[in-house]
Write a protein of this length. Structure first.
Length: 277
């Protein structure tokens, strides 16, 4: 689904070295949508991927699932009911590498966090019906903000784009969020709680849709009851935030390493080479 757009221009006051970012770019959202994103901590884009674009992502993830299943667990259950998490997708299939500069996601991230960004990662979670407990508890993806907030504290934000390759409904397991919880400093989610809590909003969207969330937003995944659910997690942070330790090191001969051998400066910055500190 197309979104209204507007243009943003940036000048970064740092000239110690060349800065490689688009000084003017088109944001795939309205100023009002960005304001709502800042207030609620989430932004929904329905049917962002359709037709062949969606099929290519589905097929690429199915290939990777088949290739890595046996290595993922030493003794995997035959029904695969508990699901799997796959890491470093951009290093493993060129279809995923195409998401590095995907404008509907990257432009919104730049508008919300500034022009100098880098990829935090692209991973996938595949859930299968049948397990007693394959929903997720209430959690946040990145909470490193102190309370009270120091006067000069620069909040290390992260935006995660949750890309659903299947219909997100009661069969596959919708997502529950608490709007505004990304701004809470005096509490954190109870990781022992899986049930609904006060203020929860349940999100159901068609296949190909994306739910963008602030890294501190409280959310949970509901049970996958009847159908397989395939989800990609595409994440960006400011260039100065250190590389995420989750998922271990990428493959040394991965596609991003090959891309770095011959690419423009913006691509290098997005892959963590350069930027400012």
């Amino acid at each position: 689904m197309s979104a209204s757009r507007h243009t943003v221009s940036y000048t970064v006051l740092n000239r110690h070295e060349a800065l490689h970012y688009p000084p003017e770019f088109e944001v795939h959202a309205t100023p009002e949508e960005l304001e709502a994103f800042a207030a609620t901590g989430y932004l929904i884009r329905e049917r962002l991927f359709q037709g062949e674009a969606l099929t290519r992502l589905q097929d690429a993830l199915d290939r990777l699932e088949a290739a890595e299943w046996d290595r993922h667990r030493k003794n995997p259950p035959k029904d695969r009911s508990w699901g799997i998490i796959l890491r470093h997708l951009m290093d493993k299939d060129p279809v995923f590498l195409e998401l590095l500069k995907f404008p509907p996601v990257l432009s919104v991230c730049r508008a919300m966090m500034g022009p100098l960004l880098r990829l935090r990662g692209l991973s996938a979670r595949i859930s299968f019906p049948g397990a007693e407990r394959q929903e997720t508890n209430w959690h946040q993806h990145m909470r490193v903000i102190s309370n009270p907030l120091p006067p000069w504290f620069s909040q290390p934000h992260c935006i995660d784009a949750l890309i659903y390759l299947d219909d997100l409904d009661d069969d596959t397991g919708p997502i529950g969020i608490v709007p505004g919880s990304h701004a809470w400093l005096d509490r954190h989610p109870d990781h022992q709680v899986f049930a609904s809590i006060e203020g929860e909003q349940v999100i159901r969207v068609p296949a190909g849709s994306t739910v963008m969330v602030h890294g501190n937003l409280w959310h949970r995944g509901m049970p996958t009851l009847g159908k397989k659910r395939r989800m990609l997690i595409l994440s960006y942070t400011p260039t100065w935030l250190r590389k995420s330790p989750h998922g271990g090191s990428p493959p040394p001969d991965g596609l991003t390493q090959q891309l770095l051998e011959d690419c423009d400066e913006e691509t290098k910055e997005l892959l963590g080479i350069g930027g400012y500190s």
